[in-house]
Design a protein around this ligand. Sequence first.
Ligand code: ADP
Length: 649
Amino acid sequence: MVGGPARELEAVLDAAVEPVIACDGDERILHMNTATERLLGWNREQLVGKPVSELFPPRLHRFHGLSLPRYLLSRRKVLGGRPTRVFSRRRDGVELMVELTVGTSGEGEKERIVLTMRRLHEVIDTLEEPVERVPGGPDILPHHEETADRLYRILVENAPLGVFHFDLAPIITACNELFARQLGTSKRNIVGLNLLTLRDERLMACVRESLGGRTCDFEGDYRSLTSGKLIPVRVRFAPCYGEDGEVEGGVGMVEDITARRHVEAEREAHLAQLDLLFRSAPVGIGFVGTDLRYVRVNETLARINGVPAEAHPGHTPLELFGPHAGPAVQELLQQVLKTGEPLVRRESTTDGDLGLEGPRRYMSGSIYPVHTPDGRVLGLGVLVEDITETKRAEEERAHLYREAQEAIRVRDDFLSIASHELKTPLTPLSLRLATLERRLERGEHVDLGVLRHARHQLTRLTGLINDLLDASRIEAGRLALHPEETRFDVLVEHTLTSLEGQRGNHVFDFEPPPEPVSVQGDAYRLEQVVLNLLENALKYSPDGGTIRVRLSVNEDVTVLSVKDPGIGIPEDQQQQLFDRYFRARNASTRSYGGLGLGLYISRDIVERHGGRIWVESESGQGSTFYVALPTLSASRLSLPRAQGDRHLH
Ligand code: ADP
């Protein structure tokens, strides 16, 4: 078949979908088409001229003394054109079930026998006989072949992987049940499938690799043929070699990695959660390798360290931090690494221990060795917490606590002093009243001095009670002032006169100013202030002496000064002198009575007149108290209402 018509016939046969083989009368192959080549794995050059029986297993070579084609030709009438199912044999020995039709034309030398095959898309199962057995053929396979086949089948069918084989075409020639299930279809649909039709470039690349003699892994999603579901798979492709050592196909082993993907996705979600936790923790977290180089730190630690998080990995504290903090941190890490003993909640300050700039912050740090499950030290975990706020709150609490304690102490002191002070005038008062009563009963002469003394005790008591009431009015903001134009020089003189009876061995030295001095003020309250200063001057100068009272006046300010030669006031106590209940330590309750309210009330009155009160003193050297008030001319201009809360300082 060399001429033009022969070529033409060849082309026609090649175009046929089914394998067609043409032989001469001696059953030698003259031509086989491309479909045959593809199905059976031979090149036509290798077979042309060879007996057609090569294409069938030896057991099918002869029936009733006839060759397979001749036998089938003899039964043509009986078959009526129906094909016969037989096994054909591929070049690699694999048997394929085909439907075979045999026809003949011409006679003698011109006779041509044509075999047409139609492949059945079903995996070969040599244990199952064809639907129509070739009569006379061996019923069963030789024993050892059957056993080997069965073993292979068991092996392939029970493999926990989908297994398929493909030829050079690359058409799937065989597969196991699991593979069919993985693809969601039947073996019938798979065997005969050309892998090219899957149109997956990556898959094809692996097929090419395996046909090129190399293994190749494919991982991706396969869409199920029936359900359309995407199945994540991993396929390992490997080449298959024929007896001649040539690659003649490939195998694929398919693993359904749905479960693995699931686990991986879960693990990734877990890791993402952990990562989020790590990154957003309000506590500084870091991991340091055994080489004392940071592996990773979170944002909080980076902020505390003052170095960006991404600048940490691969560096030691020595490299990252300043000359102060670097060695300090490095040393701590080293210590924990060496001893294996964790360092728990060690507190430090940024400006002190760590030598960092900026406002002081308090840190609490823990360092602990991180072990693998088998006990190896992997590195060090670092936890750092900025406890500045907690510390400040603690300090504040402690401060408040101290203040509360102090207030309680002051209150208790006050109560004991107040009861003592209130009781002191009461005892002599009741004694004097009893004496008076007795004398009056007996009709005896009543001493005026006794009465005066009694009245004095009463005045003292009233004064104490008034002070208490005033102090509570001030606290409540209810001490009322009734300002009016007041002659301050006259007020001072009047107050001095009222004290004549209490003066004892003291001398009042007062030089009234040459001009009258007026202030805008509450005369009653201003007199209370002056009286308090003069009484204190008398009280705290137990040895008598001169009390100098001066009024200096200028356009703006009128200043009253009261200077005594008394016990003075320790310098460190002068600030608190005007506080409620305050009594200087050199004024013991036993020697000097008093509630510590007079100056407190005076300050409030003076300040609410727009003035100021202060003291100059030295312990043991006497004291001078000053009261400055706006002079009326000035106060009229700038302070029309003396009750305003603007102070002169
Ligand atoms: P008290 O009723 O205790 O005298 P004050 O408020 O008038 O209360 O005075 C407060 C404290 O100031 C006194 O307890 C005393 O320690 C001190 N003090 C006041 N005036 C004088 C002064 N002239 N000399 C020395 N200490 C004084």
